[in-house]
Structures are given as C-alpha cells and as structure tokens.
Write a protein that binds this ligand. Structure first.
Ligand SMILES: Cc1cc2nc3c(=O)[nH]c(=O)nc-3n(C[C@H](O)[C@H](O)[C@H](O)COP(=O)(O)OP(=O)(O)OC[C@H]3O[C@@H](n4cnc5c(N)ncnc54)[C@H](O)[C@@H]3O)c2cc1C
Length: 396
C-alpha cells in the first residue's frame, strides 16, 4: 500500500492505559503509530483510578490474581513485562509513589503523573494521538485495515483494539471493542460487571442502615474464593475491598459468608470471657475487636443483650457461628455504572499469548480490558494493561 498521510503502520483504537502503552512501545520500534479515541481527553480512567492516586501496579501480581475462561493465557505477557518493569519506567520519570497496602503501589501526588508518563513516552516515541475521533467502520483490506472515522479515512498495516470494557459509561466506555471483534468473526464471552458494590434487599438494607459508613477487616468468601480485606457498609449496600473482590466471583442468588472476627478464636474467647467475667456482655466483647459503631449496631441487630453468664454453651456456639459466618444474600450489584472492570470479553483462545494477535488474522490485536482477562483489585488490572500493551507493541 502506498504511504500517505492517512496511512500508518499501526493504528490503535483507545487512548487508555493499554493503548498508550502499546503506542509508545510500537513507536520506539520505529513504527508510524496513530492512537484514535472518541473521548475528548486520553486516559480518563487512569485519572479517576485509585481514588485519584492510581494504584498503578502490584508488586505481588501473579497469574492467580486474574480471572479468565482461559487462565493460562495471561501468564506469558505478565512474565515478559513485570510490575518491576513498570516501576522502573515510573521511577525514570521521577514519579513519587507509595506502597499503601502490601504490594499496592499508588502515586503520592496524583494519577496525572502516570498519565503524563504515558503521554511523554508516546511523544518521545513519535506516536500520534488523535482525540475526539470516532471510528465508524473497520474493514479488512488486503493484509491491513481501512478505517472510516469522524476525521476522515485511515489505513494501517496493524490494527490494535484497546477500547476497554463497559464499566463507567460516563467516562467514555462503550461496547465498541466487543462489537468490532464480533464483526471481524471473533467470539466474545458474556460480559458482566466486576469489582462492583453489592445492592441489598430492602429489609436487610434497612437493618444495616445504622452501620452505614463503617468499615472493618473481615474474611469474606463465596464460590470458594476468600478475601481477607475490609468490608464497608454504605447507604446503598455493601462495598469495600473484600466485597469488590467477591463481586467478580459472585453469581446471582449466591450467599456471601463473612467472618467478622477472622483474627479471633471466637468460641474459645467467649467461653473464657464467660468464666473470667460472667457479667460482661457480647457488646463489650465486640467492642474490643470491631469498630465501636459496627459493634454496637451489629449487637443490636442480633438482639444480644444478656450478660454472658446467662448464655448456655449451645447459645454461645451459635453466637460464635453468627460472627464467624455472617451470611448475606445480596440483591444484585450496582452494575457497570460503578464497576471498576468488565469481566468476560474477547475469547483469548483466538489470540496469541505472546503477541495478543488474532491467530487467524495476524495483523489484528486485542489488548487490555476488552480481552477476557480481569484482575483482582489492587493494581493488577493496570499491570495487565501495561503487559498486554507492551506485548502487542513489540509485535504490531
Ligand atoms: C473508578 C475506577 C478505578 C480504578 N482503579 C484502578 C486502580 O487503581 N488500579 C488498577 O489496576 N485498575 C483500576 N481500574 C481499572 C482500570 O482502570 C482498567 O482496568 C484499565 O483502565 C483498562 O485499560 P484499557 O486501556 O483496556 O481501557 P481504558 O483505560 O478504559 O481505555 C479505553 C479507551 O478506549 C476509548 N474508547 C472506548 N470506546 C471507543 C470507541 N468506540 N472509539 C474510540 N475510542 C473508544 C475510551 O474513551 C478510553 O479512552 C479502575 C477502574 C475504574 C472504573
């Protein structure tokens, strides 16, 4: 194909985390790269991530931190571009960061720092970014692709689809990547919201209203997955890291089992306390181990008012079981409106785990969230965006 101002070696649809990383990587290889995005600004999700501080990687990230119908797919890319590699990039740009929880690295100042790293890298690599540009048509043309966009026709040798998932539509999320994949003959696994707060049935919501705003560390489990992280009761339902993590595994109708005192041997504690201080109450015991407001409200919810000496062994065993296995059946989740990620997506069985290219169409690539690889909370999703972006950028 003759070179023209509208012809590029690589066109990337989506100026998010994965697309920008891919653009810089391909640009440094001397490829003529264009990134197009329909939003007015690049990297909007990066800016809103991690409460504005962007949890940009997780030093302890392993393939076990990812959900996929094809769990081995992500291993190769994650191995070849590690959290340490991204950290080195961030350090080279002098971005200050901190480890807020084990392995979870956040910007000290602002998520803007991470976006600036990516935009600077794209500039240094000579990659062009064209915002406010909608792609209206994509057509296979020889071994490359022709695109119709709101700013004219474009063509490229390699096309990289990096337009993310469906979460937070107000930030520019669309189902475009999935539709394009289907149009180009690929299968897309069903999508659903992940890392999302739970909603509750009205009666439970009302009962838990006094706990609203309170957070405490718990061990929550569902579908054989355990997460020992805080729960947060909100005026809308259940949130906090443990609930967000569980939401990626939860299926409608499932119960969530919550151990409110995972660090305690509850039954032994209660028996010993009854012996040592027979007049003490369950409220006093809970006060020692839970935030005061949570302890008080949970105690009232259960109607535990008598002194411990009035509890028979079997009753104390039941109390211990309630604290160890508080069972909640959510009504649903808040859905894509507030979800951090979209589960499911382009079936990875059709892609090369080395390059992210479609096996049957080697000049077509899918990277980032649009692919059926979804990370746990804690920086893993960005690590996948970086790793898959680099893998495609080195090949496209
Ligand atoms: C509130 C929130 C907080 C988060 N915090 C974290 C965190 O701290 N750590 C972490 O690891 N992950 C976090 N995530 C997840 C993380 O943001 C995503 O996993 C990551 O952004 C995915 O990267 P991506 O490049 O695949 O998609 P995106 O970053 O979503 O980029 C996709 C781009 O494609 C563009 N696009 C969409 N449709 C079209 C179209 N039709 N035409 C052209 N362009 C299009 C969009 O405008 C966007 O710029 C958070 C997510 C949310 C919503």
């Amino acid at each position: 194909m003759a070179a023209s101002s509208s012809h590029y070696d690589v066109i990337i649809i989506g100026a998010g985390a994965a697309g920008l990383m891919c653009a810089a990587t391909a640009g440094y290889r001397g490829r003529k790269v264009l990134v197009v995005d329909h939003a007015n600004k690049p990297g909007k999700k990066i800016l809103m991530s991690g409460g504005g501080r962007c949890n940009f990687t997780n030093l302890n990230s392993t393939p076990a931190n990812f959900l996929s119908d094809n769990p081995h797919y992500c291993i190769s890319a994650l191995k070849r571009y590690t959290p340490q590699d991204f950290l080195e990039l961030v350090d080279r740009h002098g971005v200050e960061h901190e480890e807020k929880a084990p392995g979870q690295l956040f910007c000290k100042t602002s998520a803007k720092d991470i976006l600036n790293v990516l935009l600077t890298e794209c500039e240094w690599a000579g990659a062009e970014i064209r915002m406010a540009t909608s792609v209206t048509q994509v057509q296979l043309s020889g071994t490359g692709y022709k695109l119709k966009t709101s700013s004219g026709s474009l063509s490229c040798e390699s096309l990289v689809v990096a337009c993310g998932g469906l979460s937070i539509p107000t930030m520019g999320a669309t189902g475009f990547g999935y539709e394009l994949a289907k149009q180009l003959g690929l299968s897309v696994l069903p999508t659903r919201a992940g890392l999302v707060p739970f909603t509750l049935h009205p009666e439970l919501k009302q009962q838990l209203a006094p706990l609203s705003g309170v957070s405490c560390p718990v061990d929550a489990h569902c579908q054989n997955q355990h997460f020992r992280e805080p729960i947060l009761v909100t005026h809308r339902g259940l949130s906090g890291p443990s609930m967000l993590q569980i939401s990626s595994y939860w299926q409608p109708g499932d119960d969530i089992h919550i151990n409110l005192l995972p660090a305690q041997r509850i039954q032994e504690d209660l028996f010993a306390l009854r012996k040592a201080k027979p007049q003490s109450t369950l409220a006093q015991y809970l006060n020692q181990h839970l935030p005061k407001r949570f302890a008080q409200a949970f105690n009232e919810l259960q109607g535990w008012s008598r002194p411990l000496q009035e509890y028979r062994n079997i009753e104390l065993e039941q109390v211990a079981e309630t604290l160890r296995n508080w069972t909640v059946k959510p009504a649903g989740t808040e859905g894509y409106r507030t979800a951090e990620v979209t589960l499911g997506g382009v079936d990875t069985r059709q892609l090369s785990s080395k390059t992210m290219a479609v096996l049957e169409q080697p000049n077509l690539y899918f990277i980032g969230e649009v692919v059926d690889v979804t990370g746990h909370l804690g920086g893993h999703n960005f690590q996948w965006a970086w790793a898959s972006g680099v893998a495609a950028g080195n090949a496209a």
